[in-house]
Design a protein around this ligand. Structure first.
Ligand SMILES: *Cc1c(COP(=O)(O)O)cnc(C)c1O
Length: 452
């Protein structure tokens, strides 16, 4: 390499930079490699060497600097506090799992009897205990099946009932007002078409009648689909056809009625009176209900399929089902969500606004000497594309907006709040009380970093 005089000091310091092998051989660094893997640790060592080369670190500081910059686990994913006031936040991974579900993940992570009957030594039905828990939670369902997510459930039922568009019946009868886009460009009608369904749209954007369905039902009908418009409301001059009427029409034509309820409530929820539930939809005559597991149910990402035993069995046996099969981790977390203690989502939905207010005041009192802070009442949201009209009474700590970015970028525990009317609100509806101390600490760190 050509060395100009200006390069000379650089070359000198390069000589002083400890060799990668030497740093990796240090006992503490070796231990980190065993825990996190060589790739992550080598990257950290290289970054520390670069800093040493630039003169920011002394050579003997390189190992400790590398160790300090290592992530706590072998994933770049960071735990964050959801102080947005949106209970099921899509960008924060939707439903946080309960401690019981997290523990179940640990068990399922190793070798498990997920597909083995330990008593007989024979192959067992995969995930039978999770499926049994789901069946027990919804006694109206004759059969249950679980796939990767709500979209997968819709794809499977469409592929199976339309013969991926090559069967004698390929039409999906659906109201125009239910041709929904869920989020991030995911459109239910496009999903149905992508696996062979032909849309047989009925009614108009705001109104549809039983007569519209009756006229559309025919020899090519594969099934009737009713989709819950999770994330928007049509109000004013509207009408829709309820499940019992659709069930009768579909029954007369010998085709199944499928209800995509979206949010995954298994039974009606007192605080969400307009949100459909699986139990209610089945009792109202749906042959099959599809739903997400990681919205209001508060479990892992998965798609629930509940309904008539024969129909569910047909779907389970379809070749496409294998491509949508859920992981053992999902099955374990779902089971624990169904049988274990209340999920964090359920807790948030049931939270007493006065208790939230008391917590906000306590946090305010702890921060009042270091920042301009107040405790305020807020209106939180269910989120996750559910119950758009339901306000959740909540409380927040109100802080200067300048803290928004530093809190989000906190090195220890990022806190994501929301900006409303010129203030940063840290809404407590989706923050566990056990995390209040951590929240206070994060605000103090953000202030110490010069924000506020
Ligand atoms: C969320 C939702 C889906 C998609 O479910 P995913 O689990 O996100 O795949 C489908 N239909 C409705 C009505 C929904 O609300």
């Amino acid at each position: 390499m050509l060395e100009t005089p200006a390069d000379q000091p650089l070359a000198d310091s390069r000589r002083a930079v400890p060799r990668t092998d030497t740093v990796l051989a240090e006992p503490a660094v070796r231990a980190a490699t065993e825990r996190l893997g060589a790739t992550i640790v080598k990257d950290a060592v290289r970054r520390a060497q670069d800093r040493c080369r630039r003169g920011e670190l002394a050579p003997d500081e390189v190992p400790s600097a590398a160790l300090a910059s290592l992530p706590p686990t072998a994933t770049a994913l960071r735990r964050v506090l959801n102080a947005t006031g949106v209970v099921v936040h899509t960008n924060l991974g939707r439903a946080p799992l309960s401690p019981a579900a997290v523990e179940a993940l640990g068990v399922a992570a190793g070798a498990t009897d997920v597909e083995l009957d330990l008593a007989t030594g024979r192959r067992g039905r995969r995930g039978r205990s999770a499926l049994a828990a789901l069946a027990a939670a919804v006694p109206d369902a004759g059969g249950v099946h679980v796939v990767n997510n709500g979209a997968a459930a819709l794809a499977l039922v469409t592929a199976a009932l339309t013969g991926t568009g090559r069967g004698p019946r390929d039409e999906v009868v659906i109201a125009r007002g239910e041709l929904v886009e869920i989020g991030d460009g995911f459109r239910i009608p496009e999903l149905l078409e992508s696996v062979g369904g032909r849309l047989r749209e009925v009614g108009t954007t705001n109104r549809v009648h039983a007569e519209d369905y009756r006229a559309a039902l025919g020899e090519r009908t594969a099934f009737v689909l009713k989709v819950h418009p999770s994330n928007f409301l049509v109000s004013g001059f509207t009408s829709s056809v309820e499940l019992p009427v659709l069930a009768r029409l579909a029954g007369e034509h010998g085709v199944p009625l499928v209800a995509d309820i979206g949010s995954g409530l298994l039974a009606p929820h007192p605080r969400l009176p307009d949100e459909p539930s699986a139990a209610h939809a089945l009792r109202a005559g749906a042959d099959l209900v599809t739903a997400s597991g990681d919205k209001l149910l508060g479990g892992p990402q998965c798609g629930l399929m509940l309904g008539a035993a024969e129909l569910v069995e047909q779907l389970r046996r379809h070749p496409f089902a294998r491509a949508l099969r859920v992981d053992k981790l999902t099955l374990a977390a779902l089971e624990a969500t169904l049988t274990g203690p209340e999920s964090p989502v359920a807790r948030s939905l049931a939270a007493d606004p006065r208790a939230l207010r008391t917590r906000a005041e306590r946090i305010r009192d702890r921060l009042a000497d270091v920042v301009e802070v107040s405790a305020v009442e807020t209106v939180a949201a269910v989120g996750g594309g559910g119950a758009p009209e339901v306000p959740l009474a909540s409380a927040a700590v109100s802080l200067p907006v300048a803290l928004h970015a530093p809190l989000r970028a906190d090195a220890v525990l990022p806190v994501v709040g929301r900006v409303e009317r010129g203030a940063l609100l840290l809404d407590l509806v989706a923050v566990a009380e056990a995390d209040d101390d951590a929240l206070v600490d994060a605000v103090r760190r953000a202030l110490a970093g010069g924000a506020g």
